[in-house]
Design a protein around this ligand. Structure first.
Ligand SMILES: [Zn+2]
Length: 180
């Protein structure tokens, strides 16, 4: 089983990270993310220790993708007025992803198909890092635009993206989707 190999790798990495932060890893991965982000906010920077701890929980690839999104300013926070509803968007290569941090939700396929396993996709990590470091673009919009934008961000085929396939032939099917 791969999971046995993986946990051995994780243990190796853990020995490299700061002991105080390591304490947090005893709880769930989601709590690790929250704990690391609190440390990042308190220290005012993302250190190698923080990155090491995140990588031990989520794998280097996912963490690096999150850091890349942060570096490329691909995280946006929308605040709708007067309700003050908040929506976070992570701009991906092919589309935008809707992230709701309070419920750790993301609109990506990766999240959708791994949901039962408590999956944390790189968009969720990126959003939390952005919030902890105040590195995001802030937009304010009127409430009347909320439904329009949510609909736009959600208008995505639920099936796995045939990324390089022509999308045209699927347009008709997409139109038939429920629009509630
Ligand atoms: Zn995602």
């Amino acid at each position: 089983m791969k999971s046995v190999e993986n946990s051995a790798k994780l243990r190796l990495k853990e020995s490299l990270v700061n002991k105080a932060l390591l304490e947090m890893r005893k709880t769930s991965k989601a709590d690790t993310l929250i704990g690391v982000c609190q440390a990042i906010r308190a220290e005012g920077t993302i250190s190698d220790t923080h990155i090491g701890l995140l990588e031990a929980s989520f794998g280097a690839e996912r963490v690096q993708k999150a850091l890349e999104a942060l570096k490329e300013s691909r995280i946006k926070k929308y605040v709708f007025q007067p309700s003050k509803r908040i929506v976070w968007i992570v701009v991906g290569k092919e589309r935008d992803y809707l992230v709701m941090p309070l419920i750790d939700y993301c609109s990506c396929d990766d999240f959708y198909y791994q949901f039962d396993h408590g999956h944390v996709c790189y968009h969720i990590i990126a959003q939390k890092l952005a919030e902890a470091t105040d590195q995001f673009d802030l937009y304010e919009d009127e409430d009347k635009l909320y439904d329009v934008l949510i609909q736009e961000w959600k208008t995505i085929p639920d099936e796995p993206q045939p990324s390089k396939k022509k999308k045209l032939e699927q347009t008709e099917q997409a139109d038939a989707e429920d629009t509630v």
